[in-house]
Design a protein around this ligand. Structure first.
Ligand code: VGL
Ligand code: ZN
Length: 198
C-alpha cells in the first residue's frame, strides 16, 4: 500500500498579494514541506490557465468576480484573472520544496472548461491523467493539502474518494476562500463521501 501526498495549487496567486489570494495561504508552506518525507510520492498540482480563460470574470461582459455563469457543464463561479500560464502568479510559492515532487500536474489549460479537481475537469468527465499515474505506481492512499480547501482541495478529494482511493485531508495544512458558506458545504460533502478530515 503506497501513500502519496498531493499538494494542491500552492501558487503565488492564491497567497497573500496574489490575484485570488486565499487568507493565510502562505502559512501552510512550512508544514507541507515538513510532511513531504513521510510519503512514497509527492505530487504537486498547478492551476494553469491560458489568458482569457472562460473561468475569468473578465471574459464575460457585464460579469464581475465571484458572480456565476451557466456553462455547458453547469454553474461556474467567475474568478479574477489568476494563474495565467507562464506568469509569476502561476509559479509555486517560493518556499515550497518543489525539488521533492515526483510529478507536477497542470490543470485548467482547456480554455472552455475549468478544472478544480486534480482528476477531472469541471465537466466531471475529462480526465487529467492523475488517476492512471497513481494506479500504475501502485498508490492507493492519498493525503491532500493546499489551496483552496473549499474548491480545488474539495473537488480533488471527492473525486479521489469516488475513484476508490483512501483519502485524507490535512485541514490544518489547507486554507479556504469561503464564499457564501462554501467551506461548510465542502466539509460536509467530504465527510459524506468518506474523506477523512484530519
Ligand atoms: C482554485 C478557484 C479557481 C483553487 C483554482 O485552487 O481552489 N479556485 N481556480
Ligand atoms: Zn483557477
Amino acid at each position: 500500500m503506497r501513500n502519496a501526498l498531493i499538494v494542491i495549487d500552492v501558487q503565488n496567486d492564491f497567497c497573500p498579494g496574489g490575484a485570488l489570494a486565499v487568507p493565510e495561504g502562505d502559512q501552510i508552506v512550512t508544514g507541507i514541506n515538513a510532511l513531504m518525507p513521510e510519503f512514497d510520492a509527492v505530487i504537486l498540482t498547478q492551476d494553469w490557465h491560458p489568458a482569457g480563460h472562460s473561468s475569468f470574470a473578465s471574459s464575460h461582459s457585464g460579469k464581475g468576480p465571484y458572480e456565476t455563469v451557466e456553462m455547458a457543464y453547469g454553474t461556474q463561479v467567475l474568478w479574477p484573472d489568476h494563474c495565467v500560464q507562464g506568469s509569476s502568479g502561476a509559479d509555486f510559492h517560493k518556499d515550497l520544496d518543489t525539488t521533492r515532487a515526483d510529478m507536477i500536474i497542470r490543470k485548467g489549460y482547456n480554455p472552455a472548461i475549468d478544472s478544480y479537481s486534480a482528476f477531472f475537469e469541471n465537466d466531471q468527465t475529462t480526465p487529467t491523467g492523475l488517476e492512471g499515474y497513481l494506479k500504475t505506481r501502485g498508490i492507493s492512499n492519498v493525503t491532500m493539502v493546499g489551496l483552496a480547501t473549499d474548491f480545488c482541495v474539495n473537488f480533488s478529494a471527492l473525486d479521489a474518494a469516488k475513484l476508490g482511493l483512501k483519502v485524507s485531508v490535512r485541514m490544518d495544512l489547507c486554507r479556504a476562500i469561503d464564499l457564501d458558506g462554501s467551506l461548510a458545504a465542502a466539509t460536509t460533502a467530504m465527510e459524506d463521501t468518506g474523506v477523512s478530515l484530519i
